[in-house]
Design a protein around this ligand. Structure first.
Ligand code: UDP
Length: 317
């Protein structure tokens, strides 16, 4: 049986990934310091004899008593940009920089020791506020190097650089995925992200808060599609040393998304407009040609179907 280490496995995407890997019959070791992840995301997994949880900070990764690691997914990082959320990377700026730099280095060293395959979860944020759309992997981005979002953007850019250094210098079997906006069950209601905010506001009859005039765009990917993509990238030899965008290219304006969620929840909420956060990207849309051609991956869940499942999740007590 092969062993997979999931760093950040108690988070939204990480916990879905742990479950999916257990279903595929891998032994799964989840490392998380619960800074933004939640133990309740792992509740169903803890009964599984092939699952182990280690509460540890990757910045000071101590000796782990693990005999063999075959694969390492590095998804550990605060990820929400919301200034209003207690969980955002803006509240944990230094931790965010360090988990993506020192934390990535520590995991790469672990990968080297175990001759493991490695996947670094980067982000569409490396493109910053893009001047081209859609964004393909060859675009270098337009990032403010010291603005409020820089701790995440530059953290991810450093994480990519150090991962590629291990590919070139040590021939590590590593790959990088740039994750675009992803949503679905197990998002934190207090995360401050657009989908979780709008659904919860609509269900409660609160104001649906559009930041700016709502003409900025995002392309949102349902979590099940993202998990399939992450596994395909990890378990394929073709992705060795590659950088690959994963996301759903179905681009919508934030105002359209507000109207869609209001309609799908039959909500009477009013749509209101608030100040646009600093450095909020104006557009974001992945070019996924590379993932499609190289790995035959593309998202299959429509926005409407994905939102329906997410709304059901948030309706549950
Ligand atoms: N947004 C919004 N209202 C909210 C939360 C977010 O209008 O209550 C906007 C935000 O300004 C951004 C987009 O929705 O333009 C996506 O924000 P999110 O925090 O989900 O992720 P980002 O793509 O900015 O990392």
């Amino acid at each position: 049986m092969q062993t997979v280490l999931v760093a950040g496995g108690a988070g939204f995407i990480g916990s879905h990934l742990c479950k999916s890997l257990l279903d595929d019959n891998y032994k799964v070791i989840c490392i998380d310091n619960l800074i933004t992840g939640e133990i309740k995301n792992l509740r169903d997994l803890e009964k599984n004899k092939n699952f182990r949880f280690i509460n540890q900070d990757l910045i000071q990764l101590k000796n782990l008593s693990i005999n063999k690691i075959d694969y390492i997914f590095h998804l550990a990082s605060p990820a929400s940009p919301s200034q209003k959320s207690p969980r955002s990377y803006i509240k944990f700026p230094v931790e965010t920089l360090l988990v993506n730099s020192q934390g990535t280095y520590n995991l790469l060293e672990l990968g080297r020791k175990h001759r493991a395959c490695f996947l670094f979860a980067s982000s569409s944020e490396v493109y910053g506020d893009p001047t081209v759309s859609p964004q393909d992997e060859t675009y270098f981005g337009n990032v403010n190097p010291n603005g409020v979002r820089s701790v995440y953007d530059e953290g991810k850019r450093y994480g990519e650089a150090v991962t590629m250094a291990y590919v070139r210098k040590y021939n590590l079997d590593a790959r990088i995925v740039r994750i675009f906006n992803t949503y679905g069950p197990k998002m934190r209601p207090d995360d401050g992200r657009v989908v979780s905010n709008f659904i919860n506001q609509a269900l409660k009859g609160d104001e649906i808060t559009v930041y700016g005039d709502g003409t900025q765009t995002r392309s949102i990917c349902f979590v099940d599609d993202m998990i399939k993509g992450l596994k395909i990238v990890m378990f394929s030899d073709k992705s060795r040393g590659e950088v690959i965008n994963l996301g759903n290219p179905d681009e919508r304006t934030i105002l359209d998304l507000a109207h869609l969620i209001k309609k799908m929840t039959n909500s009477n909420s009013e749509i209101t407009f608030e100040e646009l956060p600093e450095d909020d990207p104006k557009t974001r849309k992945p070019d996924i040609t590379k993932a499609r051609k190289l790995l035959d991956w593309k998202p299959e869940v429509s926005i409407e179907n994905g939102l329906e499942k997410t709304i059901e999740y948030f309706k549950r007590p």
